[in-house]
Every structure is written in C-alpha cells, then in structure tokens.
Design a protein around this ligand. Structure first.
Ligand SMILES: C[S@@+](CC[C@H](N)C(=O)[O-])C[C@H]1O[C@@H](n2cnc3c(N)ncnc32)[C@H](O)[C@@H]1O
Length: 277
C-alpha cells in the first residue's frame, strides 16, 4: 500500500473539501486503502505525483476517478422507512392538492446507486393507485459520482437487495433475472426518473422543487459546506415544498428558515419564500 505523507494528506483533504464539500480530515487510512491501486495502475509511487497530475488534468478524468473511489455510497431500498410512511400519510396528499394542475417536481440530491429514487417512485405509484389520484411526476436523481449514476440508470441490483423491499411490492416493480442473481426495476417505474451527475457545491439551474430528499449526504460535509448546501436546498424549494434529510443530520433552529414538521422533515412556508426573494 502507498503511504500518505502529512503534506500530501493535507493537500488531498483540502482538494476534496474545496471542490466537493467532503470532509476527509479523519480518513487518512481510508484514502490510502481506496487510492493505492489507482496510483499503482497509473505507475505512480506517491500521492504527491498523483496530486500534480490531478491538478494539471483538463479532461477531469482523474478527478472523476478520485470521486468514484473516495465517496461513501452506502444506501438501500426503503432506508429510514418512516420517511416513506410520512410521505404517504401526509406529504403526498398535501402536494397533490397544491399541484392539481402542474407536474410534481422532485429532486433526490446525492442519490447514490438509485435505491432511494426507486423507493420514492414505488411509494408514489402506490399512493396514486390507492388514492385514485394521478399527476404528472418528475423525479431527478443526482450524484457527484459517475459510477453510481450509471448504476442507478441501469436499475439492476443484486438479489440480496430485494429483501428490504416489502414483499407486496415486488411482483409489480421488481423482475428477478433468470439466474436469480439480480433483479431489474420495472421499466414503467424507471420512466419517472432522470439521473444526472451534479456537484452540490456548484451552482445549478434555478429549477424549483416541491419535494427534495437530500439524505445522508451532508453528514460527510464540513461545517461551511453544510451551511452552503442547506441554503441551496432551501432556495431550490417551492413555497409549500418539503425537504427530507437523514435522521443523523437534524438541523438546529438557527441553521434553517424551514419549519421542522417531523424528525428530519422540513416545510418551506409561503412567508419564507418571500423572505428569500
Ligand atoms: C451515503 S450516500 C446517501 C445515498 C442516499 N441519499 C441514502 O440516504 O441512502 C451519499 C451520496 O452523496 C454523494 N455526494 C457526496 N458529495 C457530493 C456532492 N458534493 N455533490 C453531489 N453528491 C455528493 C456521494 O457520492 C454518495 O453517493
């Protein structure tokens, strides 16, 4: 394994913080473990020469590889399940009423390999079937890592992941492949979702959303980047829209202008939208 010298470690930590908001201050061993093979493949014997290449590279290929290696993409279907119960019982009825004539715009920011987006689409589809409502729905899934975005687009998952999907939903939304090793997400469900690579630390189109899920992303950020991300999410919400974050990421009152409705569920009230203009 290639060892990180102290100045190289500082350099890589600063690069990740500055460009992507990710805090790796306590992750020296993780960097060594996850990056050593990448360096060896490129014939490099030190992180110093790797950082030189990274900073000179105009194709952004080296940065993309760095991101693929150093992000934590852990996720699973129906993660933090209480959120999906609140969506069905409280949030969808309100949003469907508010958006009777327009499309419902949803953003999963930091969606990793797509399980969260597909869980959301299943929950939404079930809600529409059971309530007899119907609306145009658009879900955008974004992540900084190209690797996870292409896996999300494929919508094919190892069979063990099916265990966290309620049994009653499997026949409609999951198609087990002949060899029983993987299952595929139903094509109709996939039509709700568009996936794209996007860095949350960079300015993005001024699109507004009725619902944003940004769960278990800012937990990896440093304080300044977390603040910047919260402002961005607040400004990307329509009045009457909801933000869901991870249960380990609760916002203090002075960290947000959104109203706390349930643990890790926030509402943007009409008044706050005007104040933000
Ligand atoms: C632990 S996963 C969370 C996945 C899903 N939201 C969930 O709760 O299960 C965190 C994801 O955030 C992404 N991420 C980290 N920094 C990011 C940034 N600056 N812009 C966009 N995505 C980022 C990572 O690539 C990773 O896939």
């Amino acid at each position: 394994m290639i060892r990180l010298k102290e100045n190289e470690f500082t350099d890589i930590v600063e690069y990740m913080r500055m460009h992507y908001g990710i805090n790796l201050e306590k992750k020296k061993i993780l960097i060594e473990c996850r990056m050593s093979k990448t360096l060896e493949k490129q014939g490099l014997s030190s992180f110093g020469s790797y950082m030189e290449l990274l900073k000179k590279d105009r194709t952004e290929k080296i940065a993309a590889e760095l991101i693929n290696r150093l992000t934590t993409n852990y996720t699973y279907f129906f993660r933090e399940v209480s959120h999906f119960q609140i969506l069905t019982s409280e949030i969808f009825p309100k949003l469907f009423q508010q958006k009777r004539y327009g499309p419902l715009n949803i953003w999963c920011a930091g969606c990793s390999t797509g399980e969260e987006c597909y869980t959301l689409a299943m929950t939404l589809q079930e809600y529409m079937l059971q309530s007899g409502t119907c609306s145009l729905v658009r879900i955008l899934g974004t992540d900084i890592s190209e690797d996870v975005i292409s896996r999300a687009q494929r919508g094919v998952y190892p069979i063990r992941e099916i265990d966290s999907i309620p049994q009653s939903l499997r026949p409609r939304y999951c198609h087990v492949e002949a060899d029983h090793k993987n299952f595929q997400i139903d094509e109709k469900l996939k039509e709700y979702i568009r996936f794209k690579r996007q860095n949350l630390m960079e300015p993005s189109a001024a699109e507004k959303y009725d619902l944003i899920l940004c769960r278990n992303v800012m937990i990896y950020f440093d304080r300044t980047s977390r603040k910047k991300l919260v402002r961005k999410l607040e400004n990307s919400l329509n009045a009457g829209g909801y933000l869901l974050i991870g249960h380990a990421e609760l916002l203090a009152r002075d960290e947000t202008c959104l109203e706390s409705m349930h643990p890790a569920v926030y509402l943007k009230k009409e008044r706050e939208d005007k104040e933000n203009l």
